[in-house]
Design a protein around this ligand. Structure first.
Ligand code: ADP
Ligand code: MG
Length: 708
């Protein structure tokens, strides 16, 4: 056993990146000039010479075939938030009846999946455009292994022929460009002339639940919606904070080992943490990467988690709130800025000049987040997160920034021009003083903040667990690009740079410090305080979607060439359609479970009770079973109500679907359907608690959460 594990450990190290067409492979298989041209294409966005593309494609094909691949695919990320692929064989038949393996530069660079069923929000109709996929040279090509064989996957952007983005990657790449452009302007103004590119870096920690597949398969709600639509709270939840680990350890550990191995092969450097707060909940943290690769890696991580779980007789739930009453799942999107010279721009540094630069970039983030809180909120919204935000141990729906006391103190001194305390480090003048030591100790961190500064990066903790992180990151990149743009405008060509920086940072802090909050975000006091400060508190995904249509935000995205107005309008509609579809599927699943599972089961349980009463009464010859009778009466009444509420839910769905305007349609689902679902659930959960356990028609929270 031990030997086998050691062997596995070594295999893991050896296999890291073994399925990636990475630098090492390129060194072996590509000419030096070709590699150099490719690097220029990656780093500077220069077009690749078609002859070189042919050479690269041939090398990729040979590498893939040697590793057992038979097919290739353009791997893309349509607006569903999932990944899509269309496999094509390398084989091409020859005139003499034999076949040859072929893969040209053209096939590498551009593909035409007939992917017309993906949502386009009307963009296709408007522009009469088919979709095509284009190789994203900045994300490595990789080999996917599964039961269907080995497939060479080429990360691609998915656009219409006239260039409208039909996916998640295109705006992300555009936002990286925008951010780099503005950040470089600021750095040049600050005297850092050697920097040519700034890259947003991201590490996305992924939370997830693992449950036993045999229980999953008996629950239509989990199968169809990924979350439980019924389920009474078991006597034990997460209050003991013991993670219920004893007997499950082996099985989960085996899953994690296998998961690591699969991810490592793809070059995803995962370090798993075993447990999260809720029972059956876990987390995986990767090593950070460029925004673009981190996003691809997170998509792969989610996919592989599901696949590996299956192999272990488990099911991986990525929904934001699979279980009521215990923690939900999020993604902690760690985000920072890195120069091509290797500096982290959100790292305070140790000299006055570094500090000045740090404070300028910090101020930019604060300004961006305050000014575009509505976009941040949108970036963290999906139907599932409406259950999570503001509930058990999750940030509320209010956007705020945690900076920590030390940094907060520094900003206050800058703002007021007065030292806080007579003794100790002072920070009054940017560019001449150095920052006091900022502790990077994890123990002292505020874990309740939706957007926390953690020493050398920001951690966006509101992000839903199941979505692509492209949205949160193109949002961050774009709003910070905008703040940096206005800062660059101010600093460029200034004679007295020192004074300009001082007044600029002071102004930004004065204007935007309302968004900074270091206290407990989970407390009601903060909700009240935030309202006094005038910070928006958008409670649901439907309202959050409005941010896509405000002229201010459209201007922002157009200015930075991340989205055009039609693209945003299309996304808005797709977003609301997705909301409507999600809630409708949930409602219909509830109705189905209510009518075909719960109601018959409760009726049967009632019949058994009635029989027992009759038998006992006969046997004893008395009629004194008043409590048992009352139970039966209560059960019957509850069931009556349950049936009525099921009918009401069905009517609510029908009424909502009568709405033609998309916003009204979504609001009807939020206000009528969703409310009717909550009512039905309450009664359903009461029924669960009032009949004998063996008569309940599907596994309960007990099995789902505690018997993994
Ligand atoms: P901690 O565990 O103290 O929160 P870690 O260093 O483990 O901090 O980081 C947590 C996550 O943040 C990891 O996914 C990590 O890769 C990521 N991360 C660390 N530094 C950066 C950075 N400069 N930019 C983006 N993400 C980062
Ligand atoms: Mg974290």
């Amino acid at each position: 056993m031990h030997g086998a594990m050691n062997h596995k450990g070594n295999a893991m190290l050896q296999s890291f990146g073994s399925n990636v067409f990475n630098e090492a492979v390129m060194r072996e298989r590509l000419k030096k000039e070709t590699r150099r041209a490719l690097r220029r294409s990656i780093e500077k966005g220069q077009r690749l010479d078609p002859a070189l593309a042919d050479e690269i494609a041939a090398a990729m094909k040979d590498w893939a075939i040697e590793k057992g691949a038979t097919h290739f695919t353009h791997w893309f990320q349509p607006m569903t938030g999932f990944t899509a692929e269309k496999h094509e064989s390398f084989l091409s038949p020859q005139a003499d009846g034999r076949a040859m393996a072929n893969f040209s530069g053209k096939e590498l660079i551009k593909g035409e999946p007939d992917a017309s069923s993906f949502p386009s929000g009307g963009l296709r109709a408007t522009f009469e455009a088919r979709g095509y996929t284009a190789w994203d040279v900045s994300s490595p090509v990789f080999l996917k292994e599964d039961d269907g064989g080995h497939t060479l996957c080429i990360p691609t952007a998915f656009c219409s022929y006239t260039g409208e983005a039909l996916d998640k990657k295109t705006p992300l790449l555009r936002s990286m460009e925008a951010l780099s452009l503005q950040a470089v302007r600021v750095l040049h103004a600050l005297g850092q002339k050697e920097v040519e590119r700034v890259i947003a870096t991201v590490g996305a920690e992924q939370e997830y639940f693992l449950i036993d597949r045999k229980y999953f398969e008996q629950r239509n709600d989990l199968i169809f919606t990924g979350r439980t639509l019924f389920g009474g709270r078991p006597p034990k939840g997460q209050e003991m904070e013991d993670h219920y680990f004893g007997s499950i350890k082996e099985r989960i550990a085996a899953f994690m080992r296998d998961l690591d191995l699969e991810l490592w092969k793809l070059g995803v450097s995962a370090k798993t943490k075993h447990n999260e707060v809720a029972p059956a909940q876990h987390e995986l943290a990767p090593v950070f990467h460029t925004t673009n690769i981190a996003t691809d890696h997170n998509q792969l991580t989610m996919e592989i988690m599901k696949k590996v779980a299956n192999r272990h007789g488990l099911v991986c739930l990525l929904h934001e709130k699979p279980f009521a009453g215990v923690n939900g799942s999020g993604k902690h999107n760690n985000w920072s800025l890195q120069t091509d010279t290797g500096q982290n721009l959100l790292d305070p540094g140790s000299t006055p000049a570094e500090n000045a630069q740090f404070l300028v970039f910090l101020a930019a983030v604060i300004k961006a987040v305050d000014e575009y809180a509505d976009l941040m909120r949108l970036a963290a919204s999906n139907p599932g997160n409406d259950h999570r935000l503001g509930a058990n141990e999750a940030p509320p729906a209010i956007i705020s920034i945690f900076l920590g006391e030390e940094l907060q103190g520094v900003l206050e001194e800058i703002q007021t021009g007065q030292a806080r305390q007579a003794s100790g480090p002072r920070f009054l003048d940017i560019g001449t003083s150095t920052l006091p030591h900022l502790p990077r100790d994890t123990s002292d961190r505020n874990r309740t903040s939706p957007f926390a500064f953690t020493g050398n990066k920001f951690e966006f903790r509101m992000v839903p667990s199941s979505i692509s992180i492209a949205g949160p990151n193109f949002t961050l990149n774009t709003i910070v690009a905008e703040a940096l743009r206005t800062i660059a405008d101010r600093l460029e060509g200034q004679g007295d740079l020192h004074a300009s920086i001082n007044s600029l940072v002071r102004e930004i802090i004065q204007k935007h410090s309302r968004v900074v909050f270091n206290g407990n975000n989970y407390a009601q006091e903060w909700v009240d305080e935030a309202a006094r400060r005038g910070l928006p508190n958008v409670s649901n995904a439907v309202d959050a979607a409005e941010a896509m249509l405000s002229s201010r935000n459209i201007e922002l995205f157009e200015r930075h060439k991340v989205f055009t107005r039609p693209e945003l309008e299309a996304r808005h509609d797709i977003y609301l359609e997705n909301y409507i579809k999600t809630i409708r599927i949930e409602a219909l699943t509830m109705i189905d479970m209510a009518r075909r599972q719960i109601t018959p089961a409760v009726l049967k349980a009632g019949r058994e009770m009635a029989k027992s009463i009759r038998t006992i009464t006969e046997a004893l010859g008395t009629d004194r079973l008043s409590r048992i009778r009352k139970n039966l009466e209560a059960l019957t009444e509850r069931l009556e109500r349950f049936i009525e509420e099921t009918d009401a839910l069905e009517k609510a769905v029908q009424a909502a679907d009568g709405q033609h305007d998309i916003k009204e349609h979504a609001r009807a689902f939020r206000d009528q359907v969703f409310t009717a679902m909550n009512t039905l659930r309450q009664t359903g959960d009461q029924l669960e608690m009032s009949v004998d356990a063996s008569s309940w028609p599907f596994p309960t929270y007990r099995e789902l959460l505690f018997k993994v």
